[in-house]
Design a binder for this molecule. Structure first.
Ligand code: SF4
Length: 63
C-alpha cells in the first residue's frame, strides 16, 4: 500500500516518527519527511499505529 500524508494537516508533533521511525522523520526545519511511501511486511504494523495515533488524521493508506 502507498503511505500518504496530507502536509496541510500535519502539525509536526512527531507522534508518527515515534511509532514508525523507519518511515517518518522530521527534518531540521520540523517538516515531516517520508523515508518511503510504500508499506512492507516489516513496517506495516508500525505504520498502522502511526495512522491511528495521528491527532490530525493526516496519514492515510491507499491500495
Ligand atoms: S503524527 Fe500526524 S500530525 Fe504528527 S507529525 Fe505525524 S503526520 Fe504530522
Amino acid at each position: 500500500m502507498k503511505i500518504k500524508v496530507d502536509f496541510d494537516l500535519c502539525e509536526s508533533n512527531a507522534l508518527c516518527e515515534a511509532l514508525a521511525p523507519e518511515v517518518f522523520e522530521l527534518d531540521d526545519d520540523d517538516y515531516l519527511q517520508l523515508k518511503t511511501d510504500e508499506t512492507t511486511p516489516d513496517n506495516i504494523e508500525n505504520v498502522k499505529r502511526a495512522v491511528a495515533a495521528c491527532p490530525r488524521a493526516a496519514i492515510s493508506l491507499e491500495d
